[in-house]
Write a protein that binds this ligand. Structure first.
Ligand SMILES: Cc1cc2nc3c(=O)[nH]c(=O)nc-3n(C[C@H](O)[C@H](O)[C@H](O)COP(=O)(O)OP(=O)(O)OC[C@H]3O[C@@H](n4cnc5c(N)ncnc54)[C@H](O)[C@@H]3O)c2cc1C
Length: 363
């Protein structure tokens, strides 16, 4: 069986890894570059129990454990490590840095411990995605650079995908194009997927910042409360994201760029939050879109009505955390006919009506 995976983000690479480990032929088709989008520009923060009491709980718990296993098993360094995680605020009338976090400014109150090294961890998401794809390739998977422009069907089942005007034949197709999965709703009966933009900076902080993640509430000069997330990494960098926006998703992933003024606001916020960040060199100023669905839950499973068609997207703020368990479950679904490590019913793409069915092209 040959499986065509559209999209080379964390989700596509994880699906390729678990399929290839089972000896199933997997081809990832990526338009721009592995991890070029959110999977390369996200925080890479992982939490065991932050999705508890939501439908994501079993997926997230299993995926948190899989991350630890993969970091051992795959034998490639993607900066996996456990962290202590704190919460606090700046200029919001809370006082007291009770946890002894020393790399923040005097105006920052760190007053909650949100996670321990038992419950919170991190990866470098771009390195994770690329290493998972390389590991898949070591087990026989292929990476094909090209833009998927359609899905080819023979009667009720998929027969391949169109890439740059040519057909690549396959027995199954997985749509894993993050927010660009919306484009696949023209080819297959898929519900809506949206993109929500976030901005981030990567600082060169060397050894000045310990393994302490911070989630802060900060009132910026416009009076808006922002929720910056700060993740020091074991490669001597510190990642900070904040400032979401609803700017429209460009069709071309390579065309994603920060909103006017957003990076400057984020830089000012970082300088105010930490003297270490204020004096550190900035290595990256970037923006990316997380894929979201109408109910906030991912779409993971068979696309109703088309044999051999699957989707795995809409992971919102937990796409890096949930990539391994999603990849494993999709591999089981395709190879065994059912996922047994995670119950996918809550993520069934058929829970929503398909979008725009009238405009769908025939394969
Ligand atoms: C600012 C920010 C911070 C985040 N922090 C975290 C975090 O700390 N922890 C966490 O778990 N999650 C986090 N997330 C969420 C996470 O990054 C995403 O959920 C995840 O990366 C989505 O992965 P994906 O593979 O579905 O999509 P993407 O990474 O968007 O990948 C989709 C791929 O499809 C490709 N593509 C698009 N169109 C086509 C086409 N026509 N043909 C072929 N390929 C195509 C794109 O080029 C892209 O490479 C964050 C997100 C944002 C925005």
């Amino acid at each position: 069986m040959r499986v065509l995976i559209c999209g080379g983000g964390a989700i596509g690479a994880s699906i390729a890894y678990f399929l290839s480990r089972r000896g199933v032929e997997a081809i990832v088709i990526e338009r721009t570059g592995l991890a070029c989008a959110a999977s390369g520009k996200s925080g890479g923060f992982l939490a065991l129990d932050w999705c508890d009491r939501t439908p994501l709980e079993p997926l997230a718990q299993h995926s948190f454990a899989l991350h630890a296993r993969l970091a051992q098993e795959v034998g490639s360094d993607w900066n996996y490590r456990r962290l202590t995680t704190y919460g606090g605020s700046m200029n919001l009338r809370q006082h007291g840095n009770v946890h002894g976090v020393v790399w923040v400014s005097a105006g920052v109150s760190v007053n909650q411990r949100l996670g321990s090294t038992e419950t919170t961890a991190q990866v470098h998401p771009a390195k994770f995605t690329v290493a998972m794809m390389r590991a898949a390739q070591a087990h026989g998977a292929e990476l094909h650079l090209g833009q998927v422009t359609g899905v080819v069907c023979l009667g009720p089942r998929v027969a391949g995908v169109e890439v740059n005007g040519e057909t690549i034949e396959g027995d199954a197709v997985v749509i894993a194009m993050g927010p660009w999965s919306i484009l696949a709703a023209r080819w297959l009966p898929l519900p809506a997927v949206f993109g929500l933009k976030g901005h981030s900076l990567v600082f060169e902080t060397g050894t000045k910042v310990p393994a302490e993640a911070l989630f802060l509430q900060v009132r910026d000069p416009t009076g808006t409360v922002q929720s910056p997330e700060l993740f020091p990494r074991s490669d001597g960098t510190t990642y900070v994201c904040a400032i979401s926006s609803e700017s429209p998703l460009p069709i071309d992933p390579a065309a994603v760029s920060p909103d006017a003024g957003a990076i400057e606001r984020l830089e000012r916020m970082c300088s105010a939050m930490s003297p270490v960040l204020a004096s550190a060199k900035i290595l990256a100023r970037q923006a990316c879109y997380r894929p979201v669905t109408r109910d906030g839950m991912p779409l993971i499973g068979r696309i109703p009505g088309v044999e051999g068609a699957y989707v795995a997207t809409g992971h919102s703020v937990w796409g890096i955390l949930n990539a391994p368990a999603t990849g494993e479950a999709i591999a089981e679904l395709i190879a065994d006919g059912a996922a047994h490590t995670v119950d996918l019913r809550r993520f069934d793409p058929g829970r929503f009506p398909a979008l725009d069915a009238g405009r769908r092209r025939k394969g």
